[in-house]
Design a protein. Structure first.
Length: 338
């Protein structure tokens, strides 16, 4: 990597990257932006501060056409990789150990993808990143570029599902794609649902502009979003836009009878350290649907998941395989006999 913030002394300075590109402009072809969950959540514009050498699936002979970059890999990567127990890691030491071929094949042709920090975080915050980057393992990447896809995944409908089935660390959510995304039943015709796109676009664009204007990333923005003492007009507007987006998603499911309103509710009750002393820890407020609404939505999602699982099992085997590829079909929560 090229990273001026690294403390371990292993990364190369950014200045070296620019020097190598000045020396041979071709070096820029194999140096890509590298981004993880921390930058996505903390940077107002989701800006990366690291770059990384990437030879993809090139052979050693092909990679040696960039001798300056191969010299770095030979000096800093090869010795460690030759000590690895896995033959593939030792043999292809100039390539990433885990190249995620499926990921880059899935996003081929897209100009952007949806990502979410899959490390422990207090808020489930999806956003778009451009393709042509190397994504750290702290990000879950969804091969979807539409604002309608963003609306469904950022909605409280999906958050109810994710917080019920995802893992956690202390009090924070860890978004695990196999549990939160692959099993989640999307609305049947979400791509063509007319109300979703304008509501989603307005919310996303307003949030993006607000973060840049306030110089605050997703985490700080949503901290304010969920703070009952926060009355800034822009934050109030963001809450209203989120509710409008939720409404459009609920309507896409056909659940027009669910008419939720949000309240500031504690995620849990804080225990005082000592009797008579007030805890200095910030109260874990969340601006969310009341429990009875969340339970109703979760129940309907579970029923929808089960219905689609039965539909899949009723199809011939080739059609079942095809259906599993569709986002509108959540993977069955219980293993089938297949």
């Amino acid at each position: 990597t090229f990273d001026d913030t690294s403390k371990n002394g292993v990364a190369n300075p950014i200045a070296l990257m620019y020097e190598l590109i000045r020396k041979d402009p071709r070096n820029a072809e194999r140096i890509l932006p590298y981004i993880g969950g921390e930058e996505v959540n903390d940077s107002p514009a989701h800006a990366h501060h690291r770059n990384v050498i990437n030879f993809g699936q090139m052979s050693e002979e092909e990679a040696r056409q960039w001798p300056d970059l191969m010299a770095i890999i030979e000096a800093k990567v090869k010795p460690e990789r030759l000590e690895n127990n896995r033959e593939g890691y030792r043999k292809n030491w100039w390539q990433y150990a885990e190249k995620r071929r499926e990921l880059y094949e899935a996003i081929r042709g897209l100009d952007r993808v949806l990502v979410v920090n899959c490390g422990a975080t207090p808020h489930m915050s999806f956003t778009f990143l451009p393709t042509g980057m190397v994504y750290a393992n702290s990000l879950a990447v969804v091969a979807e570029s539409s604002v309608a896809g963003f609306a469904v995944l950022q909605s409280r409908v999906h958050e109810v599902w994710a917080r019920n089935f995802g893992s956690s660390m202390k009090d924070d959510l860890r978004y695990t794609p196999t549990d939160c995304f692959e099993t989640f039943p999307f609305p049947s015709k979400w791509e063509s649902s007319e109300p979703i796109e304008p509501a989603s676009r307005e919310y996303y664009d307003f949030r993006a502009a607000l973060m840049v204007r306030n110089n605050e990333g997703l985490t700080k923005t949503y901290n304010r979003f969920h703070d009952p003492d926060e009355h800034d007009s822009n934050i109030v507007n963001l809450r209203e836009l989120h509710a409008a987006m939720d409404r459009a998603v609920l309507d896409a499911y056909g659940w027009t009878d669910i008419r939720p309103t949000c309240e500031f509710i504690l995620d849990y009750e804080d225990e005082e350290d000592e009797p008579g002393k007030v805890s200095k820890r910030k109260k874990p407020w969340r601006y969310r649907w009341p429990d009875q609404i969340r339970d109703e939505v979760l129940g309907r999602l579970l029923e929808l998941n089960a219905d689609r699982a039965r539909e899949q099992q009723a199809r011939p085997a080739p059609m079942r395989a095809e259906a599993k590829l569709k986002k509108s079909f959540g993977t069955p929560l219980l293993d089938s006999d297949e």
